[in-house]
Ligand binder design. Structure first.
Ligand code: GLC
Length: 541
């Protein structure tokens, strides 16, 4: 893969990394940037191309750094700006890209801007946040953190007014109508680009503007502003990777691609994610067919980003009531597994630690349209700890080996306990053990990534779901120029036969992408058989 291509991200595999959890280089119990540098070779070997780092900036950490208190520095637990620069350089030396987090919608209430803003009505920073004398405004705007918040307004005694916040009440929303704030945001972006970052994951962008009479999501003013920011970024560093966190239905998400060149080049596909789990639980493909049929084509220059899990709850916002009930029933049997509108568990425990299902979902991840992200630890099948509060259940230390702190840290006390239960504990699930075992999930993930990268169709291809009478089998067809890959997934726990109409490829051979073995010849009735939860990738040609 050429790293210099402007659209390198189309062929890339991304890795989401929580610095605090990864490797503690200075023995203070918190992972840090120098620790990440120690692990770059591991990431290179895994085969990923870019690392998305969760928030790094100074913060009181009431929302793990998504509550920013200084946009220009590094949190002391993580190191210093010089360490960050070193990380970028070391990553680049290995051909890895670094994606930073850009939290634009809000700050911490401990940010000096907010401290000033709340101090008096005529403070010059007053207008940098959204204030009102009434908490009745924007009554139609939904609350996102339903477990902890009862309103999007919080009363502030100093000036007797309410401030607006879409997330926690300690995260006041910035006011993007203010030109000075907008100028400041450009400085922030330039600061990080000058440090060498290759791009940003842009947090919570649908909520930047508020307008009376709307639900304050996806409104025109927000799109206009994102275009303004994109054009500024294009001036300083064209080709910057910009990934928007837009947790919306496809029809509301697509407008963030703009005309293909003037807004977001990349967006997460949120609604497909829970349906991958649902399809496997039901043993049938209907919910995936439904959401993909509802997903319009996107501009040629743009790309979806797909994922199985991330640092947040497995969100169930973009599903129907029935689908949500099904998901809770199946995947969150205990109340403490739920949070807000979602499930705070990791991939392997969600799937009952069934390796067949873990592999099946990863196969879908790698063959759906777009760029896949792997959440740290999922490549070794790490577990979660639902006894920790909030989303910390899925943010525990990376399990490197079976030594007392699992090779994560030499400290006496860690920011969070290492997982130690029978099924997922670090004695059993760790990188060193999986390195030594050729049949491990880690080796398998490396192979999966490697084979994905041998096919430009995966990442760059035109995507199609083929029809099949057998509803337990899900065939994804990806084609790019001469490269055609058919990925079949058996969603059920039974053997399945399927007949596919491949007349357009008549007489061409279907060879297993992993073994090279020819398994069939394309015809109008191409018969194939899959074992329970098996997947097959076939190269056609
Ligand atoms: C995003 C982040 C989440 C955070 C929220 C508020 O959704 O992914 O972790 O809590 O924004 O900043």
């Amino acid at each position: 893969m050429s790293q210099d291509k402007k659209d390198w991200y189309k062929d890339a595999v991304l890795y989401e990394l929580y610095v605090r959890a990864y490797r503690d280089s200075n023995g203070d119990g918190h992972g840090d940037l120098l620790g990440v540098i120690e692990k770059l070779d591991y990431l290179k070997d895994l085969g990923v191309d870019a690392i998305w780092l969760l928030p790094l900036m100074p913060s009181p950490l009431k929302d793990d750094g998504y509550d920013v208190a200084d946009f220009y520095n590094i949190h002391k637990d993580y190191g210093q700006l010089a360490d960050f620069k070193l990380l970028v350089d070391e990553a680049h030396k290995r051909g890895l890209k670094i994606i930073a987090e850009l939290v634009l919608n809000h700050t911490s209430d401990e940010h000096p801007w907010f401290i000033e803003s709340r101090s008096s009505k005529d403070n010059p920073k007053r207008d940098w946040y959204v204030w009102s004398d009434s908490d009745k405004k924007h009554a139609d705007t939904r609350i996102i953190f339903t477990d902890s918040e009862t309103s999007n307004w919080t009363y502030d005694e100093t000036t007797g007014e309410y401030y607006w916040h879409r997330f926690f009440s300690h995260q006041p929303d910035l006011n993007y109508d203010n030109p000075e704030l907008r100028a400041e945001v450009k400085k922030i972006v330039k600061h990080w680009l000058d440090l060498g970052v290759d791009g940003f994951r842009m947090d919570a962008i649908p909520y930047l503007f508020e307008r009376e009479g709307t639900n304050n999501e996806n409104i025109k003013e927000t799109h206009d502003y994102l275009k303004e920011l994109r054009s500024y970024i294009d001036e300083i560093k064209p080709g910057t990777f910009l990934l928007g966190e837009v947790n919306q239905w496809p029809e509301d998400t697509i407008p963030y691609f703009g005309n293909g060149h003037d807004e977001m080049p990349l967006l997460f596909h949120f609604p497909i994610m829970p349906r991958l789990y649902k399809a496997v639980a039901e043993g049938k493909r209907g919910s995936i067919d439904w959401i993909m049929a509802r997903t319009p084509a996107i501009p040629e220059s743009c790309q979806w980003v797909v994922f199985l899990r991330n640092h947040d709850e497995l969100t169930l916002e973009m599903v129907t009531e029935e689908e949500r009930a099904f998901m809770y029933d199946h995947y969150a049997p205990e109340p403490r597994m739920k949070i807000n509108v979602g499930i705070r568990r990791r991939l392997a425990p969600l799937l009952g630690n069934d390796t067949r299902k873990i592999k099946l979902l990863n196969s879908m991840l790698m063959t759906l349209p777009g760029t896949p992200i792997i959440y740290y630890g999922d490549e070794i099948g790490m577990g979660d700890n639902i006894w920790l509060p909030d989303r910390n259940s899925v943010r525990t230390p990376m399990q490197w080996n079976d030594s007392p702190n699992t090779g994560f840290s030499e400290a006496d006390s860690l920011y969070a306990p290492v997982i130690a239960d029978d099924d997922f504990g670090f004695k059993k699930v760790n990188v060193a053990a999986q390195e030594a075992d050729p049949d491990s999930l880690l080796h398998w993930m490396r192979q999966l990534i490697k084979v994905r990268k041998e096919h430009s169709a995966l990442g760059r291809g035109q995507f199609e779901i083929l029809l099949s009478e057998n509803q337990a089998v899900l065939p994804f067809l990806n084609s790019h120029e001469q490269d055609v890959v058919l990925a079949l997934h058996n969603l059920s726990d039974k053997r399945q036969k399927v007949n596919l109409d491949l007349s357009r490829f008549a007489a061409q051979s279907l060879s297993d992408c992993f073994s090279g073995e020819q398994l069939a010849t394309a015809s109008q009735q191409t018969g194939l058989e899959l074992k329970p939860y098996e997947f097959i990738w076939l190269s056609i040609g």
